[in-house]
Design a binder for this molecule. Structure first.
Ligand code: 2P0
Length: 311
């Protein structure tokens, strides 16, 4: 048996939309931070036929099946029993597919002795879920052309950011990210503007991370999030991932900033709000978001490491 672990990541410059060619390639450069406070653990063993168990329940995941078929087109891989579990809500906007595919390729690479380096693991993770390419690495990670495998930008101790996740619902989302992105590409009048601005946002965020300029990172990361949600909301049918509690949390983060705290928000394809802050403000952020009506749980996380084999 081989066991691997990986953490979700959250994008500060978002990926929302794919290129129109094979390989599951994002349309725009994007970057993320890896979260130590949430973990996927994946065990692999030999089996008579493939079996997938997710959070202790047998599961049939067409995306996983297609990915395994593609992987088997390149490698000789026997039938496998895969047990994957998350210590956080699954398919609820907390990037469980990112940590899931990153842990899975890391475990299969070790168990089947595929000999992949991290860049190749990242490329295979991306084919499962593009954000998974980034969870191969810890700290600050970019997913950029021309290869579209993830590239580590800075280690986690470059800048001790903390993330406070305000969970407002543990329901699985109605519309998955891949389907939502395609809907946005085809129907949102703002999609072309989103594509046009992405490279500049990516450069501004990279520079802010290099120089540890929190105000600059806050500005570009919140704007990237709000632009992505504008594209989502103007898709037809609309993709509306926020709850009233999500909006209240975003307002609370703005209020904290007005009081002098170093904090900004980001929200993905789900109703959870992630408040990214400097350590000196983390207690105040936890306390303020805990008080927001509709927040059912707070998860506090430092930055984390990349995917790895643990046994
Ligand atoms: C991101 N998201 O950059 C963005 C922000 C959600 C909102 O990457 O179709 O599960 O499997 O490549 O990676 C979620 O999308 O999509 C995502 P696929 P994925 O984190």
């Amino acid at each position: 048996m081989t066991t691997a672990q990986a953490h979700p990541n959250i994008a500060l410059v978002k990926y929302w939309g794919k290129q129109e060619r094979v390989g599951n390639l994002p349309a725009t450069p994007n970057l993320s931070i890896t979260l130590a406070g949430l973990t996927t653990t994946t065990h692999i063993t030999d089996a008579a036929k493939d079996a997938f168990v997710l959070n202790d329940a047998p599961a049939d995941d067409p995306k996983l099946n297609r990915w395994l078929e593609t992987l088997r087109g390149s490698f000789d891989i026997p039938p496998l029993e895969i047990h994957s579990s998350n210590d956080f809500p699954t398919s609820a906007g907390l990037a469980s597919s990112a940590s899931g595919f990153a842990a899975l390729i890391t475990a299969i690479n070790a168990f089947c002795e595929l000999g992949l380096d991290q860049a190749m693991c990242s490329q295979w993770a991306r084919r499962g879920s593009a954000s998974a390419a980034r969870s191969i690495y810890g700290g600050f990670v970019a997913l950029v052309p021309p290869q579209w495998w993830a590239v580590p930008m800075a280690k986690k101790d470059h800048w001790a950011l903390e993330v406070v996740v305000a969970v407002t619902s543990t329901e699985a989302k109605d519309v998955g990210s891949g389907e939502g992105m395609e809907r946005s590409r085809l129907t949102s009048a703002f999609y072309n503007a989103w594509l046009r601005d992405a490279a500049a946002d990516f450069t501004a965020a990279s520079d802010a991370i290099s120089s540890k300029d929190f105000a600059a990172l806050s500005a570009v990361a919140e704007l990237s999030c709000l632009k992505m949600h504008s594209v989502m909301l103007t898709s037809q049918p609309t993709l509306s991932y926020w709850t009233p509690a999500s909006i209240a949390c975003m307002d609370r983060v703005r209020s904290l900033r007005a009081l002098g705290h170093d904090v900004f928000f980001t929200v993905d394809a789900g109703p959870q709000v992630k408040a990214v802050c400097l350590s000196a403000s983390a207690d105040a952020v936890v306390s303020a978001l805990s008080d927001v009506p509709g927040v059912i749980k707070i998860i506090r996380s430092p930055l984390g490491d990349g995917a790895r084999v643990i046994e």
